[in-house]
Write a protein that binds this ligand. Structure first.
Ligand code: ARG
Ligand code: ZN
Length: 424
């Protein structure tokens, strides 16, 4: 009898330790706020070892005292990372413990289940799905949507832009908005927003005065996935991938940060010449086919494009140039007032806080970005939106949050676009 009791007890123990170790073996996201320069150095060190992935900031060189760091820690490095932090007395909190579950939620496709009640736009979609959606949308709206092939990716995937236009005959030299999403592969809410925006524009042109005003005065070019190779890679191989997938003979590391590859103080402070860095600027400005395709298209259409908007996540910010220098733009006050009004609208309608300001002063120096480049090309209204959230889920934002995240970005975009319409 006693023997059986002991056996039972051992069984429970074994189960417990199994649960505990399986928990510890899961990929987690740590939140760490270094308090001193010494702690900053330790966190930098940790983040460049053990196959961890920095979520925020984008690269170790941006880690500062008293600023929160979000670090993705794969299960097999978890113990080593915790020990290293502990021996140096650096405290951390586990921000996300259920990354596997969250990734599963993001990739689950409930479209086959008619009872789910979720619309297509309340889910994340694979690259193949998005290509299919593009064609379908164009076919179903032949007089309002045109598909334009602007180039191809490093791995030769097509870069399709949707051109949305209202059927109006009066306006001859119509202006335009450029909207791109998914320059960074892991920021899945970005392509989701581009799809959301197209759907909204097509459905509410007749009934929403703001969207009618915008579309009557401006065409909209939408590039739903600027980095298709990277996006595909986040679905198949590495959910945390940021850059494109270009390879080079002199390095084992793949990928260029497309938002450091544009010709705006290219590869100065805030970008890196090292191919293994998350903020690798590439061989030369526009060395990457994705960046070059967008830049060429905008150069050809620069007379028409009055507003440039690029969608990222996460951190909830409405940014405008410059990011490549601490100088202020010539129309800083105007850009600031537009961003401020947009942030206030989000606050009023969705009770959510978005920071706003010039990129360099609001986050960090980040040269070679598409927004700065577009601005320097002459597109005086140029914005980067960083959508939800502020770190609760980070890149693993559950699909249930898509509607709110997109509606926030939508109201910000409409607010700014209406201000641009007044000025053209
Ligand atoms: N998180 C974005 C990045 O690091 C910020 C983009 C702001 N604009 C810019 N030109 N850097 O790329
Ligand atoms: Zn980004």
């Amino acid at each position: 009898m006693q023997f059986l009791l002991i056996l039972g007890f051992l069984g429970v123990l074994a189960q417990w330790s199994w649960v505990a170790s399986s928990l510890n073996n899961d990929d987690q996201v740590f939140s760490i706020t270094p308090k001193t320069q010494a702690e900053v150095d330790i966190v930098k060190n940790v983040s460049s070892q053990f196959e961890t992935v920095l979520w925020s900031p984008a690269a170790p060189e941006f880690i500062r005292e008293e600023a929160e760091v979000h670090l993705f820690v794969p299960g097999n490095s978890s113990q080593a990372v915790r020990e290293l932090l502990q021996t140096h007395g650096v405290t951390h909190a586990v921000m996300l413990a259920n990354t596997k579950e969250l990734i599963e939620m993001q990739t689950r496709n409930a479209s086959t289940d008619p009872r789910s009640g979720m619309s297509y736009y309340e889910k994340y979609h694979s690259l193949e799905d998005i290509y299919h959606w593009l064609n379908k949308t164009a076919m179903e709206n032949p007089d309002r949507v045109k598909v334009i092939l602007i180039g191809s990716s490093f791995e030769k995937r097509p870069l399709y832009v949707l051109k949305l236009s209202a059927i109006s005959t009066t306006n001859t030299n119509k202006k335009a908005i450029w909207l791109d999403c998914g320059i960074h592969a892991r920021e899945w809410i970005a392509p989701a927003f581009c799809l959301w925006f197209v759907q909204y524009s097509l459905s509410f042109y007749e009934s929403n005065r703001d969207i009618a005003t915008i579309l009557d005065n401006m065409d909209v070019y939408v590039l739903p996935v600027m980095n298709p190779d990277g996006y595909k890679y986040t679905w198949t191989t590495d959910r945390m991938w940021r850059k494109n997938r270009s390879t080079r003979e002199d390095s084992r590391c793949a990928g260029v940060d497309l938002n450091r590859n544009f010709d705006a103080n290219w590869c100065t402070e805030g970008a890196s010449h090292h191919p293994c860095s998350e903020i690798f600027c590439g061989e030369f400005p526009e060395s990457e086919p994705e960046a070059s395709a967008v830049a060429s298209f905008l150069r050809r259409h620069k007379e028409a494009v009055a507003l440039y908007v690029t969608i990222h996540s996460y951190s909830q910010m409405l940014l405008f140039p410059y990011s490549c220098t601490r100088d202020l733009t010539e129309n800083h006050a105007e850009l600031l007032s537009m961003a401020k009004e947009a942030a206030q609208k989000i606050k009023r309608y969705y009770r959510n806080n978005y920071k706003y300001g010039a990129g360099a002063e609001t986050i960090y120096l980040a040269p070679g970005g598409s927004d700065d480049w577009a601005y320097k090309l002459g597109i005086k209204y140029s914005f980067t939106f960083e959508l939800q959230d502020r770190g609760r889920y980070g890149f693993l934002l559950p699909p249930s949050e898509i509607p709110r995240a997109c509606n926030e970005a939508l109201i910000a975009l409409k607010t700014i676009a209406l201000r641009v319409v007044e000025r053209i």
